[in-house]
Design a protein around this ligand. Sequence first.
Ligand code: 16G
Ligand code: MG
Length: 546
Amino acid sequence: MAAQFPEVSKSSSLHPKPPGLILQYGTAGFRTVAAHLDHVMFRMGLLATLRSKKTKSTIGVMVTASHNPEEDNGVKLVDPMGEMVTPAWEGYATQLANAEDADLLTALEDIITKEEIDMSQEANVFVGRDTRSSSASLSDAVLDGVSSLSAGSKDYGLVTTPQLHYMVRCQNTQGKYGEATVDGYYKKLSQAFLQLLKNASNCTDDQKHLSLDGANGIGALKVREMDSHLAKELQISLYNDGSNGKLNFQCGADFVKVQQKAPTGFEVKPGERCCSFDGDADRIVYYYTDSDGQFHLLDGDKIATLISTYLKELLTQASLNLNMAVVQTAYANGSSTRYLENTMKLAVKCAKTGVKHLHHIAQEFDIGVYFEANGHGTVLFSESAEEKIQQLIDNPNSDDEKKRAALLLQNSISVINQTVGDAISDMLLIEAILAIKGMTVQQWDAIYTDLPNRQLKVKVADRRVIDTTDAERRAVTPAGLQDAIDALVKKYRLARSFVRPSGTEDVVRVYAEAITQESADALAHEVSLAVYRLAGGVGDEPKPLH
Ligand code: 16G
Ligand code: MG
C-alpha cells in the first residue's frame, strides 16, 4: 500500500518524528514547545486533506499556541462551517501525530479505510498562522503535508484564529457568510458596526475611546489594519502591539484574568475603558481602574450579560418570539448565573470547559450566547431566527419600532463572528452596545457584583483519577472526594466549589467562591487539601493562602 503515496513518504522524511514522542490533541488542538511540532504540522496537513475529501469542503488549519509563551506553538483544525473539528477526528489527529515514521502510511490508510474516503475527491485546505517566530516554518510544514497528497491550498499568512475560521465558513457557504478575504472580513464587520453606531446619539469622543492591549500578538496587527475601516467611530489606543514587547509576556487576556491586574506596558487612566486580547485574538476581557486605584475586571460573564440583555431588549421591541439561552461553564461567577436567571429570566445552561462544548449547546437555541469566564465566546443564531428577523424588515406592515429593532438585530448578527469567539468582533459588538445604551464601563460593571473567588492548582500523580459529571460540577471519583467538598462548602455562605482535571496542563484545578474573599480563599485551600489527600497529591501539601 505504501507505494500509493510516494510523495507522502518522500516529504515525511523531511519532517521526521522524534522517536517515542507522544502528544495529545487536547482541548484546543496540539500545543507544546515549537521544536517538537514540525512532524505534527506536516501530518495535520495530511489529515486536513483527508477531512476535506471526506466532507467535500474546505478545511482550515491554524498554527498558534494562543496565550502560551512565545516558545510554544500549536495547531487547531477547523471544520467546514468554521467550527472546531469534530471529536472523532481529534482521535485520528492523535493517532496520526504519534505514529512512528515507519508506521505513518499505515496510520494514514487506517483513517482512509475507516472513514471510507474517496481519494479521487478534490481537497482544499486554508492555512493561517500567528506571529510566533516558529509559525512561518511550521505552517510551511502543514502546506507540505497538503501538497504531498496533491490537494489545493491557500496560505492566508498572518491572521487571527477567528479570521481563519471565518474564511473557512465563507468559502464553504459560497460567499453567503461573507467574502473569504481579510479585507472582506474587515468590511463586513466594520460596515455593520457603523450601522449600529447610527443608533447611538450624542457619542462624545471620550466615549469613542478605547485602550487596547494586543498581547504583542496577531490581534494588534489586525486591529491596526482594520482601523481605517472604522471611520474614527472607535478610537483605539493600541498598547503591546508587538513592536518591542514579548508575546503574552505580562500582558494579554489570560494574564489580566488570572492576575486580576492591568498588563504591563499599559497606561491605565482612572475610569478609562480598557480591554486585552489573547495571543491569537479569540479571547477578550475588559477592565478599568477606579479613582481609588482599585482594578475592576469585566470578564466573559460580564460580557455575556451585557450582550444577552441587549439582545433580549431588541427581541422584546421587535415582538419576536425566539428562544434564547446563555451557555456558561462551571467557572461562571455565581452572581452572573443568578442575575441572568432571576433578574433577566433567561435560560442558562452549563457546559463542560472548552469552546466546542459551549458551541454545541448554544446551537440548540434560536439565539445561543456562549462565553467562558476567561473571555472566549460568541453568539449563534439559527437559520430560522435570521429568517424571522429578515421577514420583519421586509414586511411593509411592521411598525417603525419593530423595524428598527430588527435592523439592529441584523447588524448585530453581521458584526458577530458566529464560527468561534473572536476578540475583534466581540470588541466591536460590546463597543456598539455601550454606545447605543449610552452606558459607561462602570455602569456595565455595576449590573451585578462578582462573588469573591479563588482558583488553585493541585499536582497529583495521575489527574485522570478524577472523573466528573454534571458539566464538571461534581466529582464521581475518587470515592469520598465529592462528599468532602460538599461538607466544606456547607461551612461558608453563598459558597460553591468544584474540581476538575485540566485539559491543557498536568494539574487538577480547584475553583471556589463565597461571600467574602477570605472564605473563598479558605474554601479553595481546604478543597485543595481534600484533592491532595484523596486523589494522590504529589510534592508538598497545599499551604493556606493567608
Ligand atoms: C483551552 C480552551 C478554553 C478552555 C481552556 C481550559 C478552546 C479554544 N480553548 O484553552 O476554552 O477554557 O482550554 O483549560 O477550546 P484547562 O482545561 O487547562 O482548564
Ligand atoms: Mg486563544
